[in-house]
Design a protein around this ligand. Structure first.
Ligand SMILES: Cc1ncc(COP(=O)(O)O)c(C=O)c1O
Length: 477
């Protein structure tokens, strides 16, 4: 175990035995943590605020602390007081999971600490990341000439997409540009538009149908109205799996409309995109490969730890045109098409070696392992929907288009407000049992509960436990 160093030492460079000791200590903690994930509560933040206050530390420490103490703080105190987003019972929001090999890749990336923002500094490592981007383009069905980059997540990737589209479709004075997305679109897209300089009112929220898919007819009408009023429609966002219900828009119809109107077609597949690895997912998301840009998040559908999103574009050069910015102190940027300088196609210069956290698990386990797990998630969501449909008083508000089902408890004689209260209470009661953690949302004014199955650690047994808890909570409601 490493000791705090006395003044005058050079403690930042650990000796070989010290490195081993630190890694051994971390290894024991990490392996123990992963092994205990199924036994940990699905979420436990009771007392979290008090703990956070107790951890308030106004000044940085001048001296060091024993590693054992710091690991105790992390693993015994801070980590347990959180949503167990890596555990099998996490069915809230959009689960990720945290494939172990990806965390190991992060350690290797940090230790090697090579510079992957420019190709010349680490050509072979950049190639590994380029391979990953190519594989993702293939999964989505983008043609030769496509490309992209790995972002920190879907939000940054969406921002980059809007900036690229703005650059391709609008003049430098772009404030007449209008963007279109359904009322179910993730707020990352509206935020991206705002960050890219568009006032909120330039983003048109288009109503969705009974299955929460964008009304393409209304969208087309709105585009015509906007053109007549002197606006320049330029960006349509289609959803390949909304956060609320997993709804998939009619992407082929959107692609036709975009082609007719010469608009940039973007698809937010941050949640749903990796279901393209399955036959059912490919069927549901037909047309996605016709998009100009697609966001998909390996930290969602590939079950990786947070910090891996992807933006893929039909024309790789569109990213370069939006982001290339040279400087005398930089090395030469590459001209050969296969060699990518990530700083030329993304907002970042110095960056972590994100590619490795995707590459290592894909190489180690093979795509088939992910494909099978994703298929299992689709099956589990169907199972949940069937079980829910058989529960008296439960109304399925959105059946699974992918791996999300939204539902609520209905009682005769209650108005909408009372029903919303009833369902908020139901959610609290299910979550209080701590075997599963669900989240809620509002669909057309109605508060609903959601089950989102996306962790590779969630299997039938845990889902059934959650459904059992739900039945018990309904009985108490
Ligand atoms: C459909 C969709 N788009 C975009 C995002 C934003 O992605 P991130 O949280 O990785 O920034 C999310 C996040 O849940 C999402 O579900």
């Amino acid at each position: 175990m490493t000791k705090p160093h006395a003044e005058g030492d050079t403690p930042l460079e650990l000796s070989v035995p010290e490195m081993r000791a630190l890694l051994d200590a971390v290894r024991d903690r990490v392996v123990g943590h992963v092994a205990s994930l199924p036994l940990q509560p699905a979420a436990d933040v009771a007392g979290g605020a008090e703990l956070a206050r107790a951890l308030f530390e106004p000044e940085p420490p001048e001296g060091g602390t024993l590693a054992a103490e710091l690991l105790d703080l992390l693993f015994d105190q801070a980590i347990p007081k959180s949503f167990n987003t890596a555990g099998p019972g996490y069915l809230a929001y959009i689960p990720g999971g945290g494939v172990f090999a990806s965390a190991v890749a992060d350690l290797i990336s940090g230790v090697a600490n090579r510079y992957v923002g420019v190709w010349q500094a680490a050509p072979a490592l950049v190639q590994l990341e380029t391979n990953v981007v190519r594989w993702l383009c293939g999964i989505v069905g983008l043609p030769a000439g496509s490309g992209g980059y790995l972002a920190t997540g879907g939000s940054l990737a969406s921002f980059t997409a809007v900036v690229a589209a703005r650059r391709e479709k609008l003049p430098p004075d772009f404030l007449k540009g209008t963007l279109y997305a359904s009322d179910q679109t993730h707020h990352a897209v509206t935020k991206a538009a705002s960050l890219a300089g568009f006032p909120a009112e330039n983003v048109r929220s288009i109503p969705s149908d009974r299955e929460f898919r964008v009304r393409v007819d209304i969208l087309a009408e709105r585009i015509a109205v906007d053109r007549a009023a002197g606006f320049t429609p330029f960006f349509i966002c289609g959803n390949a799996g909304t956060t609320n219900t997993g709804a998939v828009d009619d992407l082929d119809a959107l692609a036709d409309l975009a082609a007719r109107e010469r608009l940039w077609m973007h698809v937010d597949a941050a949640y749903g995109g990796f279901f393209l690895l399955t036959e059912r997912g490919r069927k549901a998301m037909g047309g996605v490969g016709r998009a100009d840009s697609v966001v998909l998040d390996p930290h969602k559908g590939l079950f990786l730890p947070y910090g891996a999103g992807a933006l893929l574009v039909r024309d790789a050069q569109s990213l370069r045109r939006a982001h290339a910015a040279g400087a005398d102190y930089l090395p030469h940027m590459q001209e050969e098409p296969g060699f990518v300088d990530t700083c030329e196609i993304s907002p970042e210069l110095s960056r972590s070696f994100r590619g490795l956290k995707v590459w290592l698990p894909l190489k180690l386990h093979g795509l088939g392992a992910f494909r099978r797990s994703l298929d299992e998630k689709l099956d589990l969501a169907l199972h949940a929907a069937r079980e829910l449909a058989a529960m008296p008083g439960i109304e399925i508000v959105a059946g699974p288009q992918l791996s999300i089902v939204a539902f609520r408890l209905v009682r005769e004689g209650l108005d909408e407000e009372a029903l919303n209260g009833l369902n908020r209470g139901l959610l609290e009661r299910v979550n209080a049992r701590q075997r599963v953690h669900l989240s809620g949302t509002v669909l057309r004014g109605a508060f609903v509960l959601r089950i989102c199955v996306l962790s590779f650690r969630t299997h039938l047994e845990r889902l059934d436990e959650g459904l059992e808890d739900l039945r018990a909570a309904i009985a108490e409601s």
